[in-house]
Design a protein around this ligand. Sequence first.
Ligand code: GLY
Length: 417
Amino acid sequence: MAFSRRDFLTTAVVGSLSLTLQGQQSKQDLPQAAGSGIPGKRPIIISASNGEPYLEDAFGMLRGGADTLDAALRVVRGPEDDPDDDSVGLGGLPNEEGVVELDACCMHGPTRRAGAVGGVRNIKNVSLVAKAVMNHTAHVMLVGEGAEQFAVAQGFPRENLLTERSRKIWQLWKEYQSDRDWWGPGPADPKFQFPTPPHSEVWRERIRGLQQKAADLGIAPEFRLQAIARVLVPPTGTIHCSALNAKGEISGCTTTSGLAFKLPGRVGDSPIIGAGCYTDQDVGSAGATGSGEENIKVAGAHTIVENMRHGMAPLDAGMDALKRIARNYNNDMNRLKYVDMTYYILRKDGVYAGVSLWEGYTPWPWEKPELKPHRIAVHDGTRRLEKTVSLFKGYSQDFPAYPNLRPELLKEIPSKD
Ligand code: GLY
């Protein structure tokens, strides 16, 4: 899943570099990484890593002459339909009141049109609703109740999007919450209070408490640690996809359930044309996953496409957008360590790049014990996942902040079943 789980690695390897701008990663460091200048191929389709299982179908559609937007929508519909992907569509993690609110947008290069929806409840495939807004209205964006009514009028079924699994995670979050919600101030606020990591014994106790609550709520033992991780570090999962056919037609779309446990009505970057996605038939396409608030402030996808229009390579165009995010924090690494962002970039000639503010995140106890890089999924005849190129070396820190809960720490906690 394309979580922006923000875990800051403080090992000797990267620790001394990651708090300075000298920690910026150079392209030479990563000759194999996406965006390293390998000539482009067409057709090609790129997406966030959670789109990878659906690229085969979508690439086949492109080869068979399908419309580029339909191919991109095929990819993002996969996670929207998957109840176990809790970052998007059905089963997406809800807002603080326990209601799933979804955002999406799309841009169709060949006809230079766009559609978007924000804060939609009860409709699973909001990416398709965004396309319906594009095709069946004279508007570009519908939000809230109006968007839901429009979707129903277009034949989309109303359904309960809150799966039992996501409801229980939300309930665990509600029970855990005290001063750790989204009512601010966030790291961009001058009044932001840098948290002091409590003694690890405090955290052991806190996690024991969460484990007990998770057991009381009936969360399956094998999913308990994952549920606790989502409570401690609410994710901003999302999926973006851009598709380019052999003729050079290009389209893009982005869809999300947004920031977990957000304030009702909060809309992130994903449905904002120019932030979560931007496609220009003359230039290329870009999209984003990560901190929605930061991406809106730099109009990330539009910035990248405009950079490419003015001659920058996809990789440099993306790096420039990331530097603008850093500039918004006056390059203050004590704050930037709480932010993360990944861009997926596809130029009209098939050259692509995946770039991110940080390299990735450290694994949770149920994952392989190795660092998890941010990745871009690509299919240009060969389906693969590639590491992104990051602006900063190292791994961003969880927000709200807490000390690194290493696997050993969690393993020490006895099961209460
Ligand atoms: N990037 C997804 C969000 O912040 O809503």
